[in-house]
Design a protein around this ligand. Sequence first.
Ligand SMILES: [Zn+2]
Length: 200
Amino acid sequence: MCGAEVVSQVVAGPPPDDLTPTGGGLGAARPWGRSRVDAAWRALDDVLDPEVPALSVRDLGIVRDVIDHGDALEVVLTPTYSGCPATEVIEKSVVDALVAAGLGPVRATTRRAPAWTTDWISDEGRRKLREYGIAPPSGHAAASTGEAPIRLVRRSDEAVACPRCGSTHTERLSAFGSTACKALWRCLACREPFEQFKPI
Ligand SMILES: [Zn+2]
């Protein structure tokens, strides 16, 4: 909503189908040039996910694109779990951060397909999760399409490593942790409970 307000002054219609930045347009009217997009990506490193503050929205992989339309910057976001209420908060944080960085006007748009998967969490994001004490989601979650029965079997067999000691001698205590996005586990080696970012 905030993004829509910001951009309503400069964007008359829907974004053009061809989202490729027009060549030759990087003149005085667009002082940022290419670096406006780069600067936006850098600024997005500092926008943290409200539910997992260890991760930025980039680590999480929900920023799918940053497009310089010349008059406005468009940030394309794909929400994570549909049940997570954080999407609007994230949109506002993204727009606010980029405007604060002097990159406005900015609008956030949502792309729901393909659906977000925990496979999009970056390696850096996985490392940060572990440091934060949360087991990162195991890979290959994206194989869910058409593989649901196989996936169920594999999930239950899958070893989740303790983020503290690295042991895979762990057991799941509950399908839900502090949020619906996480499961509660316990390490049988170091006895510590921990949360896992559930793979989807
Ligand atoms: Zn442990």
